[in-house]
Every structure is written in C-alpha cells, then in structure tokens.
Write a protein that binds this ligand. Structure first.
Ligand SMILES: [Zn+2]
Length: 265
C-alpha cells in the first residue's frame, strides 16, 4: 500500500524516471473514429465476437509520458489524418483505390502498433528492439530490414454452415485489427505482421539484418507474384494504386482469431 509506484523501463527510451502512461493498444483517437462509423447491427455482432475472443482489453503500461506525448503521438496524428482521408470508407470488391502516404510516418506507426501488440502478447518482442530508433524517428536506416506491403481486404460472405445466430451474411472489414499474417513462401512459412485498418491491410515483413540485397529482392518478387493484389510501398514513392481484391474478410478474421490478434474496441 502507500504510494509505491512500480517503475518499469519505458519500452521506447528505457527511462525509469518519467511518469508512465496507461493506454489502450489502439489509440483513443482511432478507436473513436471506428466506433462512430459502426452501424448498430454490425457493432452488436462484433462486440459479441470480441467478448469471446478477448477477455481483457489490452492496456499498455510501459511507455513514459515523454515518448507517448511526443514522437509516438505525432505518429498517431499522422494515422488519424490518413484515417479521415482513406480508411473511413469500406471498399467494394474490385474497386480501384489510390492511396497516398508518407512512407516513414506510416511504417513507424505500424511498427509501433506491432511492438505494442507483441509486448501485450509476450510474443516476438526481441524482433522490435533494433527497430526502436527507427520508430522514434532517430535513425531512418534502422527500418531498412522491414519491407511494407499493402493489400486490400474485401467484404465477403460467411458460409452458411459457419454462420451463427446474429451474424450478418456478408462481413465487412469494419474494425481495426493487429496480428499476424501467414504467408507460404517457397522457403517455408513466413509470419508477417499485419495491421488492418478497415479495408486497408498493411503487411510488414521482417527480413534478417544480414540478408543480402539479392535475397531481399527475391523475397519481395516472390511475395508479389504469389499475392498479385498486393503492392509494395516504398520510401521513394508517394502513392500506390491497387484493386480491392486481396484478402477475404471472413477468412482473415478467422485466421486472425487463431493467431491472437488484437481488435480495436
Ligand atoms: Zn520513454
């Protein structure tokens, strides 16, 4: 009892001195936007699913106020702007989509979400340690080992035999999710990180630091040939155009549940 406060190291700067913050995995500013867009019926359906999938709402307690209110909140601001421009509207299957982006702000935010999710799950945290200077905007080249792809998730029909009471026949990518994405490469299964912002599914591939340029290029080429609806996002380009034909929403949700994803709620 008393006023003892446990002092965890900040997961970003390592400081033990600053006050720590307590926040949900999904920034409140993004969560608010999703909730505002949910229609009553679909929301009821999701919340029922979420209660089953996720007994406790994930909370981050190991980030100091300086990091949280400084660099990390700049990233959240960027993604809120992108949300208002792009992620609000659910895309139809086959629709052509043009997405303009700031490569580094986008990738840094996606990595922040993935790192936070990894700490909550106690999963692959060490993968993120060398990327912290990149996430914090201190060292751009530290992010080179992560390649970023975008693929669109389209609304899909839930097969009749999988439909439970209250489920809609068509499921739309209404909510945000973060988790894993299994990809069968010729060299074996790779787990990519996935951050789904409604119709937009951002896929992060972590390549070994020691990988040669040729082997990285081979990975990218094979990935894009196996997933023809995906596009690689590059630092050298400002926009990408693609068709909403990559990921089946229902299959993605089912596989995500198998891999302990974190929903926005
Ligand atoms: Zn900090």
């Amino acid at each position: 009892m008393g006023n003892y406060v446990e002092r965890l190291r900040c997961a970003y700067c390592g400081s033990t001195d600053e006050k720590r913050t307590k926040e949900h995995l999904w920034p409140a500013s993004i969560h608010k936007r999703v909730v505002a867009l949910l229609d009553g019926g679909e929301q009821k359906f999701w919340l029922a699913r979420l209660d089953k999938a996720l007994p406790n709402e994930p909370i981050i307690r190991d980030v100091c106020a300086v990091c949280n209110n400084g660099e990390l909140s700049k990233l959240d601001n960027y993604i809120c702007e992108a949300f208002d421009r792009y992620f609000g509207v659910i895309r139809d299957r086959g629709e052509e989509v043009t997405f303009e982006y700031d490569y580094h702000l986008l990738k840094r935010w996606l990595l922040k979400m993935s790192y936070n999710s990894a700490r909550i799950s106690g999963s692959d945290v060490p993968v993120f340690q060398p990327l912290i200077p990149y996430i914090m905007g201190q060292n751009i080249s530290a992010g080179r080992t992560v390649r970023l792809f975008l693929e669109m998730t389209y609304p899909s029909e839930i097969p009749a035999d999988e439909r439970q009471a209250g489920m809609p026949a068509i499921v739309r990518p209404e909510i945000n999710r973060v988790g894993f994405f299994g990809y069968n490469a010729s060299t074996g299964t790779n787990m990519l990180r996935a951050v789904h912002l409604r119709s937009f599914s951002f896929l992060l591939a972590f390549l070994p630091r020691a990988a040669s340029a040729a082997s990285v290029q081979a990975f990218v080429t094979e990935f894009l040939s196996r997933r023809p609806s995906a596009r690689e996002l590059r630092a050298s380009t400002l926009r990408v155009t693609l068709f909403c034909d990559g990921i089946d929403c229902w299959k993605s949700i089912k596989s995500g549940m198998a891999h302990r994803i974190h929903f926005s709620r």
